[in-house]
Design a protein around this ligand. Structure first.
Ligand code: AVJ
Length: 783
């Protein structure tokens, strides 16, 4: 680019002379590391079948952009015309819904030619308009700016920003903080993202740039007949084919590759269930392509596919869902006359976020309250786990944590205001845990009082804390606060508090499980749902082949409301094919192991596990009660003790998943000639899909979880259920109940040290739901 520039921090301001006015382009690209075409080609193609996929952002070199312009004029490609029709028809209404102090921002503005209608309407409604187009191509920005200033020489101000969207929006948030914003994202470009990615993307943009009253105008192509869609992406003149194949042509010119374009077939398939057009290239024969510039040779098998682009389609309710998942509300949706395309005006509203956070907190509080109801009043000072504090401590600890995290920095940081009960804030601030290095002792912790406060005092403290927390939240969400930005944004600190509360429900549950039955106050509401008997037809030992594929381990911080540090950032792992049992190990199956001297055969046990077994004289799973008078061990002499302390006949619980420790599970596996899955294998079996190389939000797909349909979730059906009770909850590969629900025992080999856990927990925590997860891994707590 030509022009004089002065360097200003990490961006450069270009001053360019145009024929009408002097204008400024803000360039934030310097120093940003985008993946280059050669890097991307190497990463995308130098992999075994069926994983080849080229990112579609590389379609748009000069020739690609020209071909895309041609596509927009094809008779089959209705999208651009339909969107232009909506803009022509409704820009006035859109401008009228915006205030005069609104800057119009466009993501990926390209040539801005459809945007003209919006700008015109803004000028008509508000006399003038400030337009900020964002693109990574400075030449496109320069050209479109010239054009626009020719069209609107007087009333339009244009400030192009050459940057990635996130960087540009962060810049705008800082430099245009006094303005309202209308952010345009047109052309159904959002369709290039898979649905969950789209929500992450919008959430991220919203958090960066939007305040109350700001709006987002999103152009989205609608779901429709397969024929129409497939024609739109595989036109008669084969322009789209040339557009997609251009990525290979580009590799030929830029990387000196020798792709023979005619030996690849172009496919555009509309996958109806997913609502996604998938554009790919299929190798017509087995061939080897040389990419000289990268010094690599790529083998293609006959029929092997290279994925190039997705174009996801939405129904109106899916648009609502997308908005909701992104923390936005659909204010209005406009359609063309044939209802092929949509433009949705989404708004950011703190009230919705505040309500969501309040609901989240109230929900976790109810969950904890339900738990404490299960304790007999004489149990408050009991410590069934020697290395943990009495139950009463946790009654105070949960509110103290909320108060210290939320109100502490928000209200009491300035010293002018003091907490209403700093003594309780302190004594309940921190619990004890076994030491990570030496699990038989506690790690260091604050001193505890000789006698604890009364339950009444703690309950008072709790209810005051809850009131204060609720009164702080709107302030934290609406205005800046002393909280860490990561925690205050969207009131995420409330999610952390909820997560902490749910995490303790695990702690409390395993303490409760170890409590003598007389201290349990069994609630009829909670225990009415024991489910016995058989509920499946297949043999329990059926196993399933999971083909090789990739999984995402961990998460990106923007995808989660709350995450543990050790979850970030996410990374992708390739998992070789393996077989996994369809069902969790049942009591019946585990009994076989016990009867075949599983607990007395040293060779089944890891040395350390064997030592543990001997030291504690363990001869059976903890929840099995064996009749001391029985002469032989069989189904009639065993009862299963539930979390509530009920004794269930073994015969009734044959098909419940067995509750065991990791050591016992490992020994069982050795005995049966198998092994536990690794964490990556678990993720692959649970979230992977056979057809495409992306992952489900939940094992059964992307549908929101429903108890009674997808699994045994939540406190309302706390008892275990026989394996196979929820066929609709099976993973894509057909593996049963892979979401860790309240009552499942489910063991995988995890690097516990990395999770900050220790062996001590292994006897008890059979669920990893709140320890390490992606979205659905915390699902048990929400139902
Ligand atoms: C620019 C992503 C909106 O998905 O319709 C058109 C790209 N690819 N034909 C679309 C595209 C093939 C286009 N988007």
């Amino acid at each position: 680019m030509r022009g004089d520039f002065e360097s200003l921090g990490n961006w450069i301001i270009f001053t360019i002379s145009s024929h009408t006015t002097t204008f400024i382009m803000i360039d934030l690209m310097k120093g940003t590391k985008l993946e280059t075409f050669p890097e991307s080609i190497k990463r995308a193609l130098d992999v075994p079948a069926p994983n080849k996929a080229i990112p579609c952002c590389f379609l748009y070199d000069a020739r690609g952009s020209a071909l895309f312009e041609e596509i927009t004029e094809l008779s089959e490609y209705y999208l651009t015309r339909a969107e232009r029709e909506i803009l022509t028809e409704h820009s006035n209404a859109i401008a009228a819904l915006c205030t005069k102090d609104t800057v119009v921002i466009e993501l990926g503005s390209g040539s801005s030619n459809k945007t003209v209608h919006v700008l015109e309407a803004f000028i008509r409604n508000h006399e003038s308009c400030h337009y900020i187009p964002i693109d990574i191509s400075s030449s496109a920005l320069e050209l479109s700016k010239k054009d626009l200033l020719d069209k609107f020489p007087k009333n339009l101000q244009v400030t192009p920003i050459c940057a990635r969207y996130q960087d540009a929006l962060a810049y705008i948030a800082n430099h245009f903080s006094e303005y309202h914003k209308l952010i345009l994202f047109l052309g159904s470009s959002i369709g290039n993202f898979l649905r969950s990615e789209a929500a992450t993307f919008l959430t991220q943009l919203r958090r960066i740039a939007m305040k109350d009253g700001d709006k987002f105008l999103l152009g989205i192509d609608l779901r429709k007949d397969k024929d129409i869609l497939e024609a739109a992406y595989d036109d008669g003149r084969k322009i789209t084919e040339a557009f997609i194949k251009n990525i290979l042509a580009r590799a030929n010119t830029e990387l000196h590759a020798d792709f023979d374009l005619s030996s690849f077939d172009y496919h555009a398939d509309y996958l109806v269930d997913e609502g996604r057009v998938q554009m790919s290239l299929e190798s017509k024969k087995s061939q080897i392509v040389n990419i000289k510039g990268l010094n690599i040779r790529i083998c293609f098998a006959e029929g092997e596919n290279v994925h190039v682009e997705n174009s996801v389609k939405y129904s109106t309710s899916e648009i609502e869902q997308l908005a909701k998942k992104s923390g936005l509300v659909v204010e209005k949706t406009f359609f063309d006359k044939d209802i092929k395309f949509s433009l949705s005006l989404l708004t950011q509203s703190s009230n919705d976020i505040i309500n969501k956070r309040i609901a989240e907190l109230e929900r976790c509080w109810k969950y904890s309250d339900d738990f404490f109801e299960l304790l007999h009043p004489s149990a408050w000072l009991k410590r069934p786990i020697a290395l943990r504090l009495p139950f009463l401590f946790y009654l105070g600890h949960l509110p103290a944590f909320a108060h210290n995290q939320i109100c502490g920095p928000h209200l009491y940081a300035s010293e002018t205001r003091k907490s209403f009960n700093s003594v309780f804030d302190d004594i309940f601030s921190r619990g004890i845990d076994p030491d990570v290095e030496e699990p038989t002792i506690c790690h260091s912790h604050p001193d505890y009082p000789d006698s604890w406060p009364s339950i009444g005092q703690i309950l008072d403290y709790r209810s005051r804390v809850r009131d204060i927390v609720l009164s702080c939240l709107p302030d934290i969400i609406r205005s800046s606060s002393n909280l860490d930005k990561e925690l205050s944004g969207d009131g995420r600190v409330a999610s952390m508090v909820a997560e902490h509360e749910y995490m303790h429900s695990e702690t409390l549950l395993y303490m409760y499980h170890g409590l003598e039955a007389k201290f349990k106050r069994i609630s009829s509401r909670l225990r009415k749902n024991y489910i016995f008997g058989k509920s499946r037809v297949e043999p329990v030992d059926k196993s399933i082949l999971i083909p090789d594929g990739q999984v995402t381990v961990g998460a990106e911080i923007d995808r989660l409301e709350f995450g543990w540090d050790n979850e970030f950032p996410s990374h992708v792992v390739h998992v070789p094919a393996f077989r996994i049992d369809k069902f969790a190990v049942t009591n019946a199956r585990f009994l076989e192991f016990v009867l075949e001297k599983g607990y007395s055969t040293r060779s089944f046990w890891d040395p350390a596990d064997w030592e543990w077994l001997q030291e504690h004289s363990i001869v059976k799973p903890l929840s099995w009660q064996i009749d001391p008078a029985a002469s032989t061990l069989d189904v009639s002499s065993i009862k299963i003790e539930t979390v509530f302390g009920d004794l269930i006949d073994f015969d009734d619980a044959l098909e419940w998943p067995v509750w065991v420790s990791l050591a016992e599970a490992r020994a069982f596996c050795k005995w049966s000639g198998k092994r536990l899955p690794t964490e990556e294998e678990y993720l692959r079996a649970a979230y992977g899909r056979a057809q495409v190389d992306s992952e489900n939000d939940f094992p059964w797909g992307n549908e929101q979880p429903k108890p009674s349909l997808h699994g045994n979730f939540g406190l309302s059906s706390w008892s275990p259920t026989p394996v196979g009770t929820y066929p609709k909850g099976e993973s894509s590969f057909g593996v049963d109940e892979l979401v860790l629900s309240r009552s499942s025992s489910f063991l995988i080999e995890i690097d516990w040290q990395r999770l900050g856990m220790d062996k001590f927990h292994l006897r008890w925590i059979l669920r990893i739901s709140s320890l390490y997860r992606k979205l659905s891994r915390v699902l048990g707590r929400f139902l």
